[in-house]
Design a binder for this molecule. Structure first.
Ligand SMILES: C[S@@+](CC[C@H](N)C(=O)[O-])C[C@H]1O[C@@H](n2cnc3c(N)ncnc32)[C@H](O)[C@@H]1O
Length: 224
């Protein structure tokens, strides 16, 4: 079962700071801009349908709305996030409260699926199961876009300069060598290395079309 309470606490803290991933240090500032450019450069056909998994406060859906996309969907387990995303996007996006590890609550396929934010895959016990669900949810020429932080960069210094400043109770590094920490008393977050990320995607049956290293993370595109 996903850690709903911990996700709600994180959403609350982020809400206070104005963004899901507040720019608390220069590295995150740069990374947020790279993610935005990656999504805007690669999602250019506004007729495509897009599902954002773990859409948070609707950050990425808002970029697409700006570029004329109308067929937008967001799914998140946090009530706070869905409420904030609704406020931000109005009726442009269909936003649903739900747990994507239990399958998708839709009777349709999507042209594009987004999975953004480093904790989303790494928190799961069987991450490739989610990739399989995504594969089933993609149309024939569908693409999955993943953005996540790179395990190489989880140092004590980075942790202190980001999570330390975020001030979320219960957040601590448990094993720097294995790139593992706990966020908000529940979310076990293991930052992935490139090979680990590739294995998860391939075990889920998707093909990697692009896996690019950006400042502190990976920007990847997968097809069926
Ligand atoms: C690290 S945040 C990223 C938010 C957003 N994707 C972004 O990039 O701004 C991860 C999001 O996934 C949501 N989430 C975590 N586990 C989930 C699950 N099992 N089902 C649906 N949403 C989930 C959290 O509530 C949170 O909003």
């Amino acid at each position: 079962m996903a850690h709903i309470k911990a996700w709600e606490s994180l959403a609350n803290i982020s809400a206070d700071k104005g963004e899901y991933f507040p720019d608390l240090n220069l590295q995150v500032d740069e990374w947020n801009k790279e993610e935005e450019k990656f999504i805007k450069d690669n999602l250019t056909d506004s007729k495509k349908s897009v599902l954002d998994l773990g859409c948070g406060d609707g950050r990425a859906l808002a970029w697409l709305k700006e570029n004329g996309f109308k067929n937008l969907y967001g799914l998140d387990i946090s009530k706070i996030c869905i409420a904030r995303a609704k406020e931000r996007l109005g009726a442009t996006a269909k936003l649903t409260l739900g747990d994507y590890t239990r399958g998708f609550p839709y009777n349709r396929k999507f042209d594009r699926i987004l999975l953004m934010g480093n904790t989303v895959i790494a928190d799961l016990k069987e991450p490739s199961k989610l990739i399989k669900t995504i594969k089933n949810g993609l149309g024939d020429d569908g693409l999955l876009f993943i953005t996540c932080w790179n395990g190489k960069f989880l140092t004590k210094e980075f942790f202190d300069s980001y999570y330390g400043k975020l001030g979320l109770a219960g957040t601590k590094i448990i094993d720097v060598e294995n790139r593992t920490m706990i966020i908000g008393e529940g979310i076990v977050n293991k930052w992935l290395l490139e090979d680990e990320l590739k294995k998860i995607i391939e075990a889920g049956g998707l093909k990697i079309k692009q896996l690019r290293k950006a400042s502190i993370g990976f920007l990847c595109i997968e097809s069926k």
